[in-house]
Design a protein around this ligand. Sequence first.
Ligand code: G3P
Ligand code: MG
Length: 252
Amino acid sequence: TTTNATKPMSALIGHRGLPSQAPENTAASLKAAFEQGIDWIEVDVTMAGDGSLVILHDADLRRFGQPDRTLVSLDRAALLQVDAGGWFHAEFAGEPILFMTQLLTLVRRYRLGLNLELKINPDLAMPEQVDAVIEALRPAALDPSKLVVSSFDHRALTRLRQRWPEVAIGILFGALPVDLPAVLIALKPVSIHCDQALLTAPLAAKIVPLYPLYCYTVNDSVTLATLLSWGVSGVFSDRAGAEELRQVVLDR
Ligand code: G3P
Ligand code: MG
């Protein structure tokens, strides 16, 4: 068990990069985060039909205005044609979907801490997706103190731990459980992540003495101040560079 004295990530983590300024989960979003001095980002990784790993929140292209196209039906060549930016703003039209290999290059370039969230594509088998992420991530040899891998899929995290004993794991929840099940304690997580809207002071008080706790998605200073007062270590924010949020962290 870790203690709350060891905080694996910063207090303000760029949720999907900086999606208040640029289309989420893209190179443009990482660049915007870097330019605002954000030092940790969270992005979602999932798998396409040909086994390509892409930085995408969903298993379809609905977000880009193409509701009938599922990720499982697409390969790398098709994905390279997708406009992942025009839906956000005309300025970003033609921004491509980011592939896992490109993500790792950008994370190094900008010296970002990376919370990689595994979004298991329900249209594909889980074990292959976990193994592909390990195969891409492990040889990249990122600074281990600047990498946390998380997922809502706790079976996927169990496989990840079996195959990669040293990797830093964060366990994602919607609502926090009152007690962490033994199978999850056995994963030796470095952090616990949960939905701020479902968190209460008593639930936070049970976890905080045992593990650093991080909450998604927090965009305003009042909520941030409340969570920090409950002992929360940090938050995923769509506007992690905002001055008023930084001030709350400094005043803590
Ligand atoms: O990893 C924190 C947060 O990103 C989880 O929710 O739906 O934004 O991926 P979601
Ligand atoms: Mg996410």
